[in-house]
Ligand binder design. Structure first.
Ligand code: PMP
Length: 445
């Protein structure tokens, strides 16, 4: 049954009731939703800020879902969407049909990605990108006459999405435990080259299709690898004929202070999954970018139709939005701003660390950062009842949205504000955090 919406204050209540009754939220506590209704109902956004139905403003300290890289309220993207939808709302890219926005975006992606990554398969998001990558590497090895190379190796604490393959590749156990059976041939290793080598030795390189990793683990708690980790992993992959998939869904499009995260570690992957920042969230789009060698092999060895494609592989509006979004990232020098403001944010974390003995390690690269909460700095002992959710709640009261990570014994605060953020706004964020941590400490005492 439909009801008439009005903008009076009771609307909030009506919306909350409808939300509870009709809206099953992704990655949320159903109990919390039923008891308290939706936490916030957003109505608009501008720059790093979001506004809710009560007119209260919040700093979007995680760029919503690590994706609103160019910030909220960019009318330019609204304009290109309107123009593209009016001109060509949709047409197929199956059966070699094509259209201008997808072709132009594919060429632009080839220009901005590391040398050698030249060809893109479009999807609607990160999970589809990773599932595509998994099917693609297996298809590739089959064409090469090596159909037994099908195992996919990922790292513990990794997050690769929630489609069946993506969930199966995700190292964070709570995501896998949501369901019962998973896709076969997925394995997890500890984050050391030695662990990967031992795995290859035990399983046999002839059974392994690919290794997948986020350049910086995001959902797992913003974990940076040792500087040489990826060079070593890439060398092991090359030695054993194993493909390397970089999951750049979060780290792509400027997040870490370079256009792509792998640039920070001096490697070029064989395949790269992207999504999120490709459109800054203004439209749903992802992609898998493949190396020239893989593409050439696919062309040469192809034995019929490429039997994989989504209805929205290369949606015209999403591609037009992505092109404009990338243009904005370049014109406003947002990759460099991410680097500079990332340094500013890390300085802020270090200052907080001096102010609060419950802060252990702080870390970050570009505008991706984390603060560890500890009971004892020397021993790294954690509070039995993690504080991160309480700090997140105190921050929210004061107008800052960020995330707490408490999976697998963690007690971590994570941040990834829009790449447009300035010094003043970083300070504002740090000041709110300072008050939020202070409030939780007071409660402890
Ligand atoms: N890979 C990584 C590294 C991610 O962070 C995410 C989303 N947080 C995904 C894949 C999945 O992307 P999506 O939610 O768009 O399917």
């Amino acid at each position: 049954m439909s009801q008439v919406l009005s903008t009076s204050t009771t609307d909030r209540e009506v919306l909350a009731e409808w939300d509870k009754k009709h809206f099953l939220h992704p990655t949320s506590s159903i109990k919390q939703q039923q008891e308290e209704g939706p936490a916030l109902i957003f109505t608009e956004g501008k720059g790093i800020y979001l506004k809710d139905t009560e007119g209260k403003e919040y700093i979007d300290g995680l760029s919503s879902l690590w994706n609103v890289n160019i910030g909220h309220g960019r009318e330019e993207l609204g304009k290109v969407s309107m123009e593209q939808m009016a001109k060509l709302g949709f047409s197929s890219t199956f059966a070699t049909f094509s259209h201008e926005p997808a072709i132009q975006l594919a060429a632009k992606i080839a220009e901005i990605t590391p040398e050698g990554l030249d060809t893109v398969f479009f999807t609607s998001g990160g999970s589809e990108s990773n599932d595509t990558a998994f099917k693609l590497v297996r298809h590739y090895w089959k064409l090469k006459g090596l159909p037994d190379k099908k195992k996919i190796v990922s790292r513990r604490k990794s997050y690769h999405g929630v489609a069946m393959g993506a969930t199966s590749a995700t190292g964070l156990k709570p995501f896998r435990d949501f369901t019962t059976s998973l896709a076969p041939d997925f394995y997890y290793v500890d984050s050391t080259p030695e662990a990967f080598k031992a795995f290859i030795e035990a399983e046999g390189a002839e059974t392994i299709a690919a290794f997948i990793s986020e350049p910086i683990q995001g959902t797992g708690g913003v974990h940076l690898p040792p500087q040489d980790y990826f060079k070593e992993i890439k060398a092991i992959c090359e030695e054993h004929n194993i493909l390397f998939i970089a999951d750049e869904v979060i780290t792509g499009f400027g997040r870490t202070g370079t256009f792509f995260g792998v640039e920070q570690f001096g490697i070029v992957p064989d395949l790269m999954s992207v999504a999120k920042g490709i459109t800054s969230g203004y439209a749903a789009l992802g992609g898998v970018i493949i190396s020239r060698e893989i593409h050439n092999d696919l062309i040469e060895l192809s034995d019929g139709l490429f039997m994989h494609g989504y209805t929205y592989s290369g949606h015209p509006t999403a591609c037009a939005v992505a092109l404009k979004n990338i243009e904005i990232i370049e014109e406003e020098d947002l990759v460099n701003n991410s680097k500079l403001m990332g340094e500013e944010m890390l300085q802020g974390f270090k200052w907080l660390q001096q102010e609060h003995e419950i802060i252990g390690e702080v870390r970050g690269l570009g505008l991706m950062g984390a603060i560890e909460i500890v009971k004892d700095r020397k021993t790294n002992e954690r509070f039995a009842d993690p504080l991160a959710p309480k700090i997140v709640a105190e921050s929210l009261k004061r107008g800052l949205i960020h995330r707490g990570v408490i999976y697998e014994g963690a007690d971590t605060l994570i941040f990834a504000p829009p790449l447009t953020i300035d010094k003043y706004e970083i300070n504002k964020m740090i000041n709110i955090l300072n008050e939020a941590i202070g409030a939780v400490k007071k409660e402890l005492a």
